[in-house]
Design a protein around this ligand. Structure first.
Ligand code: PGA
Length: 243
């Protein structure tokens, strides 16, 4: 049985006081949670403080991006070894906001994935189609292209895959469990039985259970709902395997 993963993507939200309050509430709510690896992916400036707060707890933490370069004259960038030095466990790679707003292409995403792996971190690789691509019937071709850009370069290893339809991110519009399952099953054929494949895109406490009930959905990458402790906890609880 694959262990479930529920990872929060805080995006560019929070401040030092609200972060610590959120972490305290999440930690308190995680009591008794089993079979679900929980994590929060936080903005760079907070990594050290979050790491210190979560030390010794069962809540893991990660970053939301990294540079594909090892070091050098790359103003504003953060390298894999810098993250690893803080004990960073996960790092989101190729989020659609990075691809769409910051021009990250498949090659850059693959290079970032490889850099994260080489530094001993677990990349959470995001793939997903736009609404136009879905309407054109290209969903599978697009997510496979995004995944294959990585797989032609390195092995998937113990990385985590996240299927995030772009039209479902932050829109309140979720893929149906069947839509998610269809894409997850196709991705599964490529990455194998051991790989964890998360669904992301407007996952809420109210819809998490039905999505997580799908056989190839191994948890979620949670944006907005990860900023509300009670919602994040409810989603993590929905990810516990029944029976
Ligand atoms: P959302 O974001 O849950 O707010 O839709 C998910 C994501 O972007 O990872």
């Amino acid at each position: 049985m694959r262990d479930r993963v529920v990872a929060g993507n805080w995006k560019m939200h929070g401040n030092r006081a609200s972060n610590l309050a959120l972490l305290d509430s999440v930690l308190a709510g995680m009591d008794g949670l089993q079979g679900v690896e929980c994590a929060v992916c936080v903005p760079f400036p907070y990594l050290g403080e979050v790491a210190a707060r979560l030390k010794g707890s069962s809540l893991a933490w990660g970053a939301q991006n990294l540079s594909e370069h090892a070091q050098g004259a790359y103003t504003g960038e953060v390298s894999a070894s810098m993250l690893a030095e803080f004990g960073c466990h996960f790092v989101i790679v190729g989020h659609s906001e990075r691809r769409q707003l910051f021009g990250e292409n498949d090659a850059a995403v693959a290079a970032k994935f490889a850099a994260a792996q080489a530094a001993g971190m677990i990349p959470i690789l995001c793939v997903g189609e736009t609404l136009e691509e879905r309407d054109a019937g290209s969903t599978e071709r697009i997510v496979m292209r995004q995944l294959d850009a990585v797989l032609t370069r390195v092995k998937f290893g113990s990385a985590v895959l996240a299927y995030e339809p772009v039209w479902a991110i932050g829109t309140g519009r979720t893929a149906t469990p069947e839509q998610a399952q269809a894409v997850h099953a196709a991705l599964r054929r490529r990455v194998g039985e051991q790989a964890r494949i998360l669904y992301g895109g407007s996952v809420k406490a109210s819809n998490a259970a039905e999505i997580f009930a799908m056989p190839d959905v191994d948890g979620g990458l949670i944006g907005g709902a990860s900023l509300v402790a009670a919602d994040f906890i409810a989603i993590a609880r929905a990810a516990q395997r029944k029976g």
